[in-house]
Ligand binder design. Structure first.
Ligand SMILES: [Zn+2]
Length: 228
C-alpha cells in the first residue's frame, strides 16, 4: 500500500523537504519512515510518516537491539521530532531562511593546530635531529569534507602551496628513513639535502598560511556576531 501520494505531497511541502531530525535540506534524498513500523502494528496513515534524510533514516534503521550502541530512536521520539519540526516550519518559517554556517569552527581550528605543529617541525633541519614527518591529515580532511572549497582564495592559496612543500619534504624524509646513513655524495645525503631544502622553503610559508587562516576566522566570527 504505502502512504497516500496526495498526503505525501502535502507533508513534503510542509517540511520543506528538510529532514525532521537533523533539519538539513534533502532535495530528492528524502525518505518517509514509518514511525511505528508496520510489523509493530503501525499503519500507512500520514500521521505515521516522518520525512528523514538518508543518513538519519539509516541511523534509525540500523540500530541493533542485540548489540546496542548509542541510543535508539524510538517511535515516540520520532513523533516528537516531526511535531517540533513541522511546528517550526508552519509557525516560524523565518528559521528556514537563517543562513547556515558553511562549517563550524572544528575543522578550521584543527587545521590551525596542525599548522602550529608543522611550524615546530619546520625548525628541525640538522642532520642529527631531522626526521619528524609533517602532519597533513587535517589538510586532507579539509578537502574531503568540502571545507577547503569554501575558503576564499587569499586563504586557500597560501595553505595549498604550503602543504605542497610539506608533502614534498615528507617524501624526502621517508626516503631518508629507508636508507643507511651516508656522508656527502651518498644517496642518504642527497635525500637529506632535498628534505632540508623543502623544509627551509616551508619556513616562511607556514606562518603565512597560519595568519591567513587566523585572519579568516576573525572575520567569520565578526560576521557571525553581526548576524550576517
Ligand atoms: Zn537527517
Amino acid at each position: 500500500m504505502g502512504f497516500k501520494q496526495t498526503e505525501v505531497n502535502t507533508l513534503l511541502a510542509v517540511c520543506h523537504r528538510r529532514c525532521c531530525v537533523c533539519h538539513r535540506f534533502c532535495g530528492i534524498k528524502i525518505e518517509l519512515h514509518h514511525i511505528r513500523p508496520l510489523e509493530a502494528g503501525g499503519d500507512d496513515s500520514i500521521e505515521n510518516a516522518i520525512p528523514l534524510c538518508f543518513e538519519c533514516h539509516a541511523e534509525v534503521q540500523l540500530y541493533n537491539d542485540k548489540h546496542p550502541r548509542g541510543r535508539k530512536f524510538r517511535p515516540e521520539e520520532l513523533l516528537e521530532h516531526k511535531k517540533q519540526w513541522l511546528k517550526i516550519c508552519i509557525e516560524s518559517p523565518g528559521a528556514l531562511l537563517m543562513p547556515q554556517r558553511p562549517y563550524d569552527v572544528g575543522p578550521v581550528q584543527a587545521l590551525i593546530d596542525e599548522l602550529v605543529f608543522n611550524n615546530e617541525v619546520a625548525q628541525i633541519t640538522d642532520a642529527d635531529t631531522i626526521g619528524t614527518l609533517f602532519l597533513v591529515t587535517q589538510f586532507e580532511r579539509s578537502i574531503s569534507e568540502g571545507l577547503f572549497s569554501l575558503l576564499p582564495d587569499q586563504v586557500r592559496i597560501p595553505i595549498s602551496s604550503t602543504y605542497a612543500i610539506l608533502m614534498r619534504a615528507n617524501m624526502s624524509l621517508n626516503k631518508m628513513a629507508l636508507m643507511p646513513w651516508g656522508g656527502s655524495g651518498s644517496a642518504w645525503h642527497h635525500a637529506y639535502m632535498n628534505a632540508k631544502k623543502a623544509i627551509e622553503a616551508s619556513q616562511p610559508k607556514i606562518p603565512e598560511a597560519l595568519n591567513s587562516l587566523l585572519e579568516h576566522l576573525k572575520h567569520e566570527e565578526a560576521d557571525a556576531e553581526q548576524g550576517h
